[in-house]
Write a protein that binds this ligand. Structure first.
Ligand code: KG4
Length: 336
């Protein structure tokens, strides 16, 4: 089945055609990041307006690149949660109209389920059950993926998401938006032990994470140095920060692997593009004898192909919706 997939939860407008959940026929992403960079972060109203302008030509382009016509589409999948509500509504309403007009099912897809499913596009042999570390700008979750549509949250951040923390630290270092890749570039060649930064643990919740203390520690270091007129070792600070995030993510992932007995580990989301985090996960998985799947970096960020992949499995599970389907700014991955 050919699924036309739409993603508009944040600052990427994306459309794709995916066949049977595993084969990408086309995958078009229009990033708005240059539009938001001047503000140092995503401006929701600007994002919504840009989605409105981009969505129709982008969906046409996805069909054109797939070499298909509207009549070849068997269903329309769309991100309906979580994300910026105005941005989500643009994609959802386009998808509703497309599904209604074509007379095909509408499949609502949870954004983080989509990030996890990006791995199905890259790895034909990957199938649940597995343990997934899903790390993006808005979410940091450890998910026990028991089936394609059966998810159980094992651990989560109690405050900032890892990507959000990267972005905020990058902002205080004047690196610009989006901060993750810029901070990673600054950290290259820096000493990861240059600064002693905290790795928080959450009492009574060994698989949960917390990044706000780490963020505050870096912000305080920078402000104190500015006030005293001291020069910081910026590559060292970036590398120390990155190492602290990686330590927390990797240690929780391995604890969850031991607790569940899962032998297959998977990473997903924008932060999974970070080289240091990928290398740390690889080392830990190899030492523990676990099989690790790391998505190619082009599948880590937001795209619609991942929504088409997950959409196929939601469809097989009977998870289709009517025209009353709403969008939700926040929704648990296991509440679908
Ligand atoms: O998955 P994603 O594209 O969007 C969401 O669904 O949130 O993730 C975006 C987040 C941003 O916070 C961005 O700074 C972070 O992923 N990110 C990175 C890297 N590339 C993107 N963080 C660290 N290192 C990177 N290389």
């Amino acid at each position: 089945m050919n699924i036309l997939a739409i993603e508009s939860s944040c600052d990427e407008t994306a459309a794709a055609v995916v066949r049977d959940g595993r084969h990408i026929c086309s995958d078009v992403v229009l990033s708005q990041s240059a539009l938001h960079a001047v503000y140092g972060g995503v401006v929701p109203e600007i994002a919504s307006r840009r989605h409105v302008e981009a969505i129709v030509p982008l969906a046409d382009e996805a069909l054109r690149q797939a070499g298909l016509t509207k009549r070849d589409i068997g269903a329309v999948a769309v991100t309906f949660a979580p994300g910026l509500i105005g941005a989500l509504l643009v994609g959802l309403n386009f998808a509703k109209a497309a599904a209604f007009g074509l007379g095909v099912p509408l499949i609502p897809v949870h954004h983080i389920r989509g990030h996890i499913a990006a791995n199905y596009l890259a790895f034909p042999d990957l199938a649940p059950p597995f343990l997934c570390l899903a790390v993006s700008g808005g979410n940091t979750l450890l998910v026990d993926v028991r089936g394609y549509t059966e998810m159980h949250i094992l651990g989560r951040t109690r405050d900032d998401a890892a990507g959000e923390c990267f972005d905020k630290v990058a902002r205080v270092l004047d690196l610009g938006y989006p901060g993750g890749p810029k901070l990673e570039a600054l950290a290259r060649g820096g000493d990861p032990e240059a600064y002693a930064l905290p790795r928080a643990k959450v009492a009574d919740a060994p698989l949960d994470m917390s990044f706000s203390g780490l963020k505050t520690a870096v912000v305080n270091l920078v402000h104190n140095a500015k006030q005293k007129g001291e020069t910081l070792d910026l590559p060292g600070l970036a590398a120390s920060f990155q190492a602290a995030v990686a330590d927390v993510l990797v240690s929780r992932t391995m604890e969850a692997a031991f607790e569940t007995g899962r032998t297959v580990l998977v990473a997903a989301g924008g932060v999974a593009a970070n080289f240091h985090i990928r290398a740390s996960l690889e080392r830990a998985a190899a030492a523990a004898g676990r099989r690790l799947y790391l998505p190619p970096t082009k599948f880590c960020g937001d795209n619609a192909a991942m929504i088409g992949a997950q959409g196929y499995y939601e469809y097989l599970a009977g998870h289709t919706a009517g025209m009353e389907q709403n969008a939700y700014a926040s929704l648990e991955i296991d509440a679908v």
